[in-house]
Design a protein around this ligand. Structure first.
Ligand code: GDP
Ligand code: MN
Length: 361
């Protein structure tokens, strides 16, 4: 889960990384009453989970005479489609030089990947493409408690020595906070010292409970609902809803939809032994996605009983058409139940998928 800048910088601060003085506001009035804490110039920063706010008008330089008005305008803006609800107001930094420092998980080597460049503040992906030599990298096994001094020296090159301390502090944040990415862009030098002028932290979704985070904000409402029921559920771009049991059968159903030139809107794996109620929740959840026009239910009855599945589908009572393929335990009973309620039960998954693709055309 992506943290907002003000959440990330609070954590950075706890690990000793210097951050500019500041506070979060939700209204222009709040800024007015606390403006005295910020000095004669300050920066208003939209707290939205998108990068490149500077270029999109989400970072504004202000002073006590213009601050209230600018905060009001910023709170009415959308940055890359995301409405601004909170602003971080921070003291203005006299920047001498901008650096980029980040630590990420390198999945191929299963190590921490540290990146550093003295051309910070810019889009790092572009810089890495245009001047590959400008970004220095090093890999570090995650068992290491600190970054070895020789590695810090190689990464920093001619950059000031104070940055070495920040690099080790950022590494501790990265390890102890279960981060997938800890990034400071820009990390700046000023006449009064080094500061993290921006803060980015992405926490591994699998570690949220260990980190005391109870709500994953990056999930849609339906994805959260699915998590609650223990369904594997993923949203895609098309118009056919897919319900299967087992990753293999669910994936095969998706492949078949592609094969017949259809596009899946989502897929949901109900897992093993789904009963009537579980199937009902699954069907309702998939149907709640407004892009879903038709649903393919492709289930294999083993521990799962086809009659339970049939009852679950019917009790969901959704408006979209449901095309069903059931095979295995109590298949005949399942068929009878569905037939009696006007649902289409197909003989094979090819038939079911074909019918769904035709239905949306
Ligand atoms: P981002 O665009 O979302 O990455 O937002 P940043 O917080 O990184 O701000 C974008 C740019 O605004 C930085 O790279 C700086 O060049 C500039 N900036 C932000 N805060 C300050 C500040 O206190 N002083 C100065 N001089 N520039 C700042
Ligand atoms: Mn930035």
């Amino acid at each position: 889960m992506k943290l907002l800048e003000h959440e990330a910088r609070k954590i950075f601060g706890e690990y000793g990384i210097p951050v500019p003085k500041g506070f979060v506001i939700c209204s222009p009035g709040e800024l007015e009453s606390r403006m005295g804490e910020l000095g004669t110039r300050f920066v208003l920063k939209a707290q939205v989970e998108v990068g490149g706010r500077g270029k999109s008008g989400g970072i504004l330089m202000a002073d006590p005479s213009s601050g209230k008005q600018m905060a009001e305008e910023l709170l009415q803006k959308e940055i890359k489609g995301v409405p601004v609800r909170e602003i971080l107001a921070v003291e203005y930094l006299e920047i001498q030089q901008e650096y980029y420092m980040s630590i990420a998980i390198d999945r191929s080597t299963k190590q921490a990947l540290i990146l550093f460049t003295d051309q910070g503040g810019v889009d790092i992906e572009t810089l890495a493409k245009e001047q590959p030599g400008a970004v220095r990298k090093a890999s570090l096994p995650l068992l290491m408690r600190d970054i070895p001094p020789f590695m810090v020296r190689d990464l920093l090159g001619k950059a000031p020595k104070e940055l070495a301390k920040v690099m080790n502090q950022l590494y501790r944040v990265f390890c102890e906070r279960d981060a997938l990415l800890a990034e400071i862009n820009p990390l700046v030098t000023t006449p009064t010292g080094v500061f993290a002028a921006d803060a980015k932290l992405i926490i591994d979704d699998n570690a949220l409970s260990r980190q005391g985070i109870t709500l994953n904000r990056d999930l849609t409402e339906r994805e959260r609902e699915a998590e609650k029921h223990g369904f594997s559920y993923v949203e895609l771009e098309g118009d056919i809803g897919v319900i299967g049991n087992g990753a293999g059968l669910t994936m095969a159903t998706l492949d078949l939809i592609e094969y017949y030139d259809g596009k899946a809107a989502n897929f949901l794996d109900v897992g093993g032994g789904a009963d009537q109620e579980r199937v009902m929740h699954a069907v309702r959840l998939v149907a709640a996605d407004p892009t879903v026009q038709v649903i393919v239910v492709n289930l294999l009855g083993g521990i799962t009983r086809c009659d339970e599945v049939a009852r679950g589908i019917i009790s969901a009572g959704i408006s979209q058409q449901v095309i069903v393929r059931l095979a295995g335990t109590n298949e005949a009973e399942g068929r009878q139940i569905l037939d009696g309620s006007g649902y289409r039960m197909m003989e094979s998954m090819e038939q079911a998928v074909k019918a769904a693709v035709e239905a949306v055309k």
